[in-house]
Design a protein around this ligand. Structure first.
Ligand code: G4P
Length: 525
């Protein structure tokens, strides 16, 4: 197959949702359609159940599962689909943010009864920053839930994106009869079944009497009324608007019952973008370029503490990645060759000889890689777009074994390279502050420092609201600010100035008092 064709048939995306909306179930059904698995129930959730937060073996086990399901590739109707899995537990949200930098589009799953939930809102903000095209799947229509028009209003208001329904439910809950496929003008009748695909009724258009026969006159009339309203309220679906990240097509269905999923998948492969151009500090890199380039967006530590090896996940951005070929690791300037790169097909990891833009390759690593690193055929490129977001929780990290301070230092640096959490150094007292998005990461860090590096630490509470990256065009104003706030100033690992605000009030006051200073909640501005 020609190189361009290979690129154009790739669809690399992530499914995101608030925990329990149905992400795992939907992923599994997509794999069923792709023939990657044959029975439902084969995909294990990588969700760390709430009850297991302090059960270490359980967390380690589940981390193992999430390696296996990190990337799931399969072929469908001539397309090569790569689904990038994201951790279900919100304490690992940072991991999800980074995964979103490696995808070309996303599917958001929303529970019809719960509507837009907190985690969905946050993830959508990241998509919006990057203009990532979004498709929304409203799930669990077999259960009682909210009125679909209300859901659409909520999606628009909460996710701050225009929506356009491309399928429409006929009743919901116990009376749910099916969906009308607006995109393809078809009617799918609902039969609750976990393994079987829905029954399709061939119709000409919405006025076809076969709809009345299939769902009854009353529901057919209501459907026509709803569709009229949709035509009146929502503009025609515009693919360009979708690709620009401005309008999200919405599908309704029930992932558990394999209903409405195929309809969405069929539309997805047609409209979702093939690998897109990627921005580097130097220039924009097009997937069609001959020379290979790619970046590391995720590093997964081995669970075996005796072998401190990891898998670094590389997204191929341009050119062809080939096994046993020398590439340049831009940060270190080192030449690197990979004899056992892995690809992920149908939940199996196997050694690959080549990979194309859009593909994800697993590179065995012994501590050379950092999140955000670039590999190229030789050109000096630095991929952009892997921002750090302000953590939500902060603690001082203290060494409790003075004999092991070197090990602790090394352990902290490597865990930060892996992106487990963020490190800030307070410039006033020199103390190290670890920032995370959830309590669980503090436990993960302490455990891994001990088991992988033989270093012991303890946490000291620190009441902080946000870490804000600060900058100003006016050097004097910046100096004045840093002087006034010297007790609360820190440096991140790149040496950038960070203001550690201990409350929202303090932050507001700082904004009022220092109008020339810009405060940013992510490291990229
Ligand atoms: P997540 O990855 O987004 O966290 O969600 P997951 O797929 O694990 O689904 C969460 C729960 O919702 C599961 O039930 C799942 O079976 C259920 N579910 C998913 N899709 C549908 C649907 O279309 N209709 C209905 N009624 N339920 C759905 P659970 O009881 O938590 O887990 P399990 O014991 O069934 O695995």
């Amino acid at each position: 197959m020609a190189y361009t064709e290979e690129i154009n048939r790739r669809r690399t995306f992530a499914i995101i949702s608030h925990p329990d909306a149905g992400k795992t179930t939907l992923t599994e059904k997509l794999l069923l359609f792709g023939g990657a698995i044959h029975v439902a129930g084969a995909v294990k959730s990588n969700k760390i159940k709430k009850t297991a937060t302090s059960d270490w073996m359980e967390i380690e086990k589940q981390r193992g599962i999430s390696v296996a399901t990190s990337v799931m590739g399969f072929d469908y109707e001539g397309y090569k689909i790569n689904i990038l899995d994201t951790p279900g537990h919100q304490d690992f949200a940072e991991d999800t943010y980074r995964t979103l930098t490696a995808v070309d589009s996303v599917i958001i799953v929303v529970d019809v009864a719960k509507g837009v939930e907190m985690q969905t809102r946050k993830l959508m903000e990241v998509c919006r920053m990057r203009n990532t095209p979004v498709i929304i799947f409203v799930n669990k229509l077999d259960r009682e839930g909210r009125d679909p028009f209300d859901i659409l209003d909520e999606l628009e208001a909460e996710l701050k994106i225009n929506v356009r329904p491309l399928s429409w439910p006929i009743n919901i809950g116990a009376k749910f009869k099916g969906v009308y496929n607006i995109y393809e003008n078809g009617l799918d009748l609902f039969t609750p079944d976990k393994q079987r695909v829905s029954e399709r009724v061939e119709i000409d258009d919405v006025n076809d009497p076969r709809i009345d026969q299939a769902v009854g006159e009353t529901d057919a009339a209501k459907l026509r009324e709803d569709l009229d309203l949709i035509e009146g309220v929502y503009p025609e679906f515009d693919e360009e608007e979708y690709l620009a990240g401005k309008t999200a097509p919405v599908f309704f269905g029930s992932a558990l019952n394999t209903f409405g999923v195929k309809e969405m998948l069929d539309c997805f492969v047609k409209i979702a973008p093939a690998p897109r151009a990627t921005v580097t500090e130097e220039r924009t890199v097009n997937p069609q370029e001959d020379a290979f380039s790619g970046f590391i967006f995720k590093i997964h530590a081995n669970m075996d503490p005796n072998h401190r090896s990891c898998i670094a996940f590389l997204k191929v951005c341009s050119g062809k990645f080939e096994r046993n070929t020398v590439y340049k690791h831009i940060r270190s300037g080192k030449q690197m060759k990979f004899s056992a790169p892995t690809a992920f097909m149908a939940q199996k990891k196997s050694i690959v000889d080549e990979a194309y833009p859009g593909d994800i390759v697993g590179l065995p690593d012994t501590g050379n890689f950092k999140i955000g690193d670039t590999l190229t055929a030789g050109e000096e490129l630095h991929f952009k777009g892997l921002p750090s977001f302000s953590p939500e929780m902060f603690k001082y990290i203290e060494n409790t074994d003075p004999m092991k301070s070197k090990q602790l230092e090394k352990g902290i640096q490597q865990l930060m390279d892996e992106g487990v959490a963020q490190l800030f150094t307070n410039t006033f007292n020199g103390r190290k502050i670890i920032g995370t998005v959830g309590q669980l990461q503090f436990e993960v860090i302490q455990y891994r420092l001990l088991h992988e590096y033989g270093a012991q630490c303890r946490w000291e509470p620190l009441s902080m609201y946000k870490a804000c990256w600060v900058e100003s065009d006016d050097a004097q104003a910046l100096e004045a600010f840093k002087k006034r706030k010297h007790q609360f100033m820190a440096l991140d690992r790149q040496g950038r100035d960070v203001f550690m605000a201990d409350s929202n009030y303090v932050l507001q006051m700082a904004r009022n008092d220092f109008p020339k200073i810009s405060f940013h909640f992510s490291s990229e501005f």
